[in-house]
Design a protein around this ligand. Sequence first.
Ligand SMILES: NC(=O)c1ccc[n+]([C@@H]2O[C@H](COP(=O)([O-])OP(=O)(O)OC[C@H]3O[C@@H](n4cnc5c(N)ncnc54)[C@H](O)[C@@H]3O)[C@@H](O)[C@H]2O)c1
Ligand SMILES: [Zn+2]
Length: 384
Amino acid sequence: MSYQIKIPSCIFGGAGSIENVKAVIEKENAKKVIIFTDKGIRSTGLLDLLTDILEENKTEYQVFDDLACEPSYQDVEKVMKEVENTSGDLIIAIGGGSVMDAAKLCCVLKDADYTIKDLLNDPMLAKKQIKTVMIPTTCGTGSEATCNAIVAVPEEQSKKGIVNDSMIPDYVVLDSNMIRKLPKSIVAATGVDALAHVVECFTSKKATPFSDTYAAAGAKLIFHNIREAYNNPDNMEAKSNMMTGAFYGGVAITGSGTTAVHALSYPLGGKYHIAHGVSNAILFAHVMEFNKDACSKRLAILCDAVYPELAGKSEDEKAQYMIDQIADIVKVTNIPTDLKEFGVKPEDLDFLVDAGSKQQRLLVNNMKELSLDDIRNIYLKVLK
Ligand SMILES: NC(=O)c1ccc[n+]([C@@H]2O[C@H](COP(=O)([O-])OP(=O)(O)OC[C@H]3O[C@@H](n4cnc5c(N)ncnc54)[C@H](O)[C@@H]3O)[C@@H](O)[C@H]2O)c1
Ligand SMILES: [Zn+2]
């Protein structure tokens, strides 16, 4: 079997590494920068850190901050209409997965002769038009490392991933200062999203030695730092480790792929607008429990990497320990897991089963095949 992994060509890390944007602009000889962000990030002052650098450097820029959280493809289309009226030779995204995904779509859509709707039907059409710099401000999606952009598709009441190598970011800045003041609830939700990426990628049918290396390294960082990053917001070492772990999770996605947790969470995001990390957290331990008999060996290997002190335990005990840790992390980070709170009703079960079963792009990666009854039983567990 041959395999590959794709990685952004230049990655800066460390507190204050946003300063490297200056060198990127010089290297790319960029005259005008198109900035993607959202109003939430603008209000934190993080955008100013970037624009101060550009002003000092006398580099022209235009900011697009009218971006919805977890955008639909129509939201991206709307912002693209504005972007088409401007010129620019470098895109910088400063924000969470929503902002980065929109920026990645823009980098293949600007001045192109296809639309985002065309890409939803045939992602292979995408070709990079402008280089990108990603500055994540959450510690979760790993979008800064992937070739994926996820959009909501309201007509299908679900979400869809557009995947194309052209969308791989060119530069990444992992500056832990970006998450210094990240609200605790977002540390929790995005941190569990990153945890889901590494665990799903490691237990995916598509896992390879390359993706395993990143998934295991990410798992070590995230399992050991997520509680601390949540409980002690000033612990910058924990936060920095979370950022690195989330990035590794993104790299693992490009080499492997997420599985049934992400697949079944898409209808929860698409129809009920439950935040991506939260919908994954709701399903995570239940899906891994369902997967356990097929994945116990892989979970035990991951346990050896993350918790070597459990070396003497059996395969089954190690697999169960990993699942228990996942459930505990979701619990202690106070992620809301009651679907009723989000307006999901027992009578929505048929919709969920139908929409979840359509996420074949990810379901085919799951080591254990899911029948419609299996999917129904998993949703029933979280609809209790
Ligand atoms: N492309 C990929 O590979 C990939 C992977 C996983 C998820 N996703 C997508 O990413 C999106 C979710 O992204 P997310 O979880 O990062 O959240 P997000 O980008 O939707 O942001 C959530 C909220 O956090 C705020 N925020 C962000 N950074 C902040 C900061 N430092 N301080 C204060 N507030 C801040 C934002 O303003 C927003 O209100 C979803 O659409 C999901 O499908 C993409
Ligand atoms: Zn995710």
